[in-house]
Design a protein around this ligand. Structure first.
Ligand code: UGA
Length: 422
C-alpha cells in the first residue's frame, strides 16, 4: 500500500506495480482518487500516465480513499505524504503522524511501515513509539526522485537506500526493488534518514558554490562554462549539477536545507557551511535582480520586463519555491511591470500578467529575462522578439540561449558568470 498520491507516491505506486507488485494507492482527496481510478494523471511526469494505465489494466494498481480497509492485506505500507517546511524551518510531520494514527492499530502483524517522505532523523523511532507495536517494523526508504524525471529515476536509480533497526524488514524492502539493477545500501534507520538530507543539502551547497564561482567569473573576466567544464571532468566532482542559475528552488532543496539546519541545531551543531549556502542562494537572487535593474538603466520602477519561465525548473509546472517567482516578486515589489510566459504554467499569479504566447512578453518590453531553462526559448525567433521589444536587453539567468543568435538579432545578452556583451 502507498499512502499519498503526489509525484513521489504516485510514481512509487505505479513503478512498484510495473515491477509486478500488487499496489493500492491511498489518498484523502476523493476527487483525485476518482480521476486516478479512471487513469487521469494531473501531474506532469513523463511516462507516469502510461504506467498508471498499465497498472489499472493489469489490475495490479488500484486507488482508494479507505486506508483502514486497504491496509488489511498489506505486507508493506509506504508513507509518501507531504512533509512541508513547518515552524522555524523544521519539517512538519503532521501528515505522517495522522496516517500513522489512522492505520497504526489495523496494520497486519509483520507489515512494514516504510517512510519514503523526507523525514527528520529519528522519525522511524518516533513512529515506532507512536504505534507502540513490536510486531510492526518501521523502515526508512528515502526517495531520490527528481521532478520531471521521477519515473526514470525510480526505474534506473543510482542506489536504493533502506534503513531499519529491524534488519530483516530492511532486506524485505530492498528486495521489492530486486528487478532493478542498483546497489542497495542497507543501514540502521537513522543513517538512511540522514542520507536523504545529506544528499540534497550537498547538491544545494554544490549549486551555491557554483553560483558563487559564477559571480567570481564575472568579476574576474572568466567564463563559468569553461570553469565548470574544467572542474566537471574531475570524477571526484562530476559534471552534473554545475549549472549556475537564478538560485536553487523547488519543493525539496529549500525545505531540506532548512530542516537539516534545525536537525543540526537540535544536537547543538552549528552547521555554518550549510547556512552559508542558504544565504548565498538569497544573495544570488539579489544579484540577478541587480543585473536586471542594470540592464534597464538602473531603475526598475516602471520598467517593462518580459519574463520567460516561471516553473522552478524546466519539465515541470511546479511553482513551489520557484526561483523564477522569487526573482519576479522582487522585481514587482521594486515597481517593474511584468508580463510572463511559461509553457507549463497558466492562470493568475499576483504581481504579473501571465500570457500564453512567448512573443506577447516581448511586446514593448525594456528587457526579457529567461528564468527557467525551457528548450523552446532557444527556438524563439529572436529577430521578431527584437522587433516587438521597446528596449534591447536580454538577461539569461540560465545561460540557456546561444548569445550569438541574440546578438545577431540586434539585442544585448547577459548571462550568469559569462562576460559577453554586444
Ligand atoms: C531534488 C533532488 O535532485 C532529488 O534527488 C530529490 O529526490 C528531490 O529533490 C526530493 O528531495 O524529492 P528536484 O527538487 O526535482 O529534485 O529538483 P532538482 O533537479 O534537484 O533541481 C533543484 C534546483 O536546482 C532547481 O531550482 C534547479 O533549477 C536547480 N539547478 C539544478 C541548478 O540551478 N543548476 C543545476 O545544474 C541543477
Amino acid at each position: 500500500m502507498v499512502v499519498g498520491t503526489g509525484y513521489v507516491g504516485l510514481t512509487t505506486g505505479a513503478c512498484l506495480s510495473s515491477l509486478s507488485h500488487l499496489v493500492t494507492c491511498v489518498d484523502v482527496d476523493e476527487a483525485k482518487v476518482a480521476r486516478l481510478s479512471a487513469g487521469r494523471v494531473d501531474i506532469l511526469e513523463p511516462g507516469l500516465s502510461e504506467l498508471v494505465a498499465r497498472g489499472l489494466t493489469s489490475g495490479r494498481l488500484t486507488f482508494t480513499t479507505d486506508a483502514r480497509r486497504a491496509v488489511a492485506d498489506a505486507e508493506g505500507v509506504f508513507l509518501c505524504v507531504p512533509t512541508p517546511m513547518g515552524a522555524g524551518g523544521a519539517a512538519d510531520l503532521r501528515a505522517v503522524e495522522a496516517v500513522t494514527a489512522q492505520i497504526g492499530d489495523v496494520l497486519p502483524p509483520g507489515c512494514a511501515l516504510i517512510t519514503k517522505s523526507t523525514v527528520p532523523v529519528g522519525t522511524a523511532r518516533r513512529i515506532a513509539d507512536l504505534i507502540g507495536r513490536h510486531d510492526v517494523p518501521v523502515v526508512s526508504n528515502p526517495e531520490f526522485l527528481r521532478e520531471g524525471t521521477a519515473v526514470s529515476d525510480f526505474l534506473g536509480p543510482d542506489r536504493i537506500v533502506v534503513g531499519s533497526d529491524d534488519e530483516q524488514a530492511a532486506h524485505w524492502v530492498a528486495d521489492l526493488y530486486a528487478g532493478l539493477s542498483a546497489p542497495a545500501v542497507i543501514s540502521d534507520a537513522a543513517s538512511a534518514e540522514l542520507v536523504k538530507y545529506a544528499a540534497n543539502c550537498f547538491l544545494a551547497m554544490k549549486l551555491s558554490y557554483v553560483n558563487a564561482i559564477a559571480e567570481l567569473c564575472e568579476r574576474l573576466g572568466a567564463d563559468i562554462t569553461s570553469v565548470t567544464e574544467g572542474m566537471g571532468h574531475d570524477r571526484r566532482i562530476g559534471r552534473s549539477f554545475l549549472k549556475p542559475g537564478p538560485g536553487w528552488g523547488g519543493s525539496c532543496l529549500p525545505k531540506d536545507t532548512h530542516a537539516l539546519m534545525r536537525i543540526a541545531e537540535s544536537v547543538r551543531y552549528d552547521f555554518g557551511m550549510l547556512g552559508a549556502a542558504i544565504d548565498e542562494n538569497i544573495a544570488q537572487r539579489d544579484r540577478i535582480v541587480a543585473k536586471i535593474a542594470g540592464a534597464v538603466g538602473g531603475t526598475l520602477a516602471g520598467a517593462r520586463i518580459g519574463v520567460l519561465g516561471l516553473a522552478f525548473k524546466a519539465g515541470t509546472n511546479d511553482l513551489r519555491d520557484s526561483p523564477a517567482l522569487s526573482v519576479s516578486s522582487v522585481l514587482s515589489a521594486l515597481g517593474a511591470d511584468l508580463t510572463a510566459y511559461d509553457p507549463a504554467v497558466g492562470g493568475e499569479i499576483p504581481g504579473m500578467t501571465v500570457v500564453d504566447d512567448p512573443y506577447q512578453v516581448a511586446k514593448g518590453a525594456d528587457a526579457i529575462v529567461v528564468l527557467t531553462e525551457w528548450a523552446e526559448f532557444q527556438r524563439l525567433d529572436w529577430t521578431y522578439v527584437s522587433e516587438l521589444m521597446h528596449g534591447d536587453a536580454v538577461v539569461d539567468t540560465r545561460n540557456l540561449l546561444e548569445p550569438r543568435v541574440v546578438l545577431d538579432a540586434g539585442l544585448s545578452w547577459q548571462g550568469v558568470g559569462r562576460t559577453l556583451h554586444r
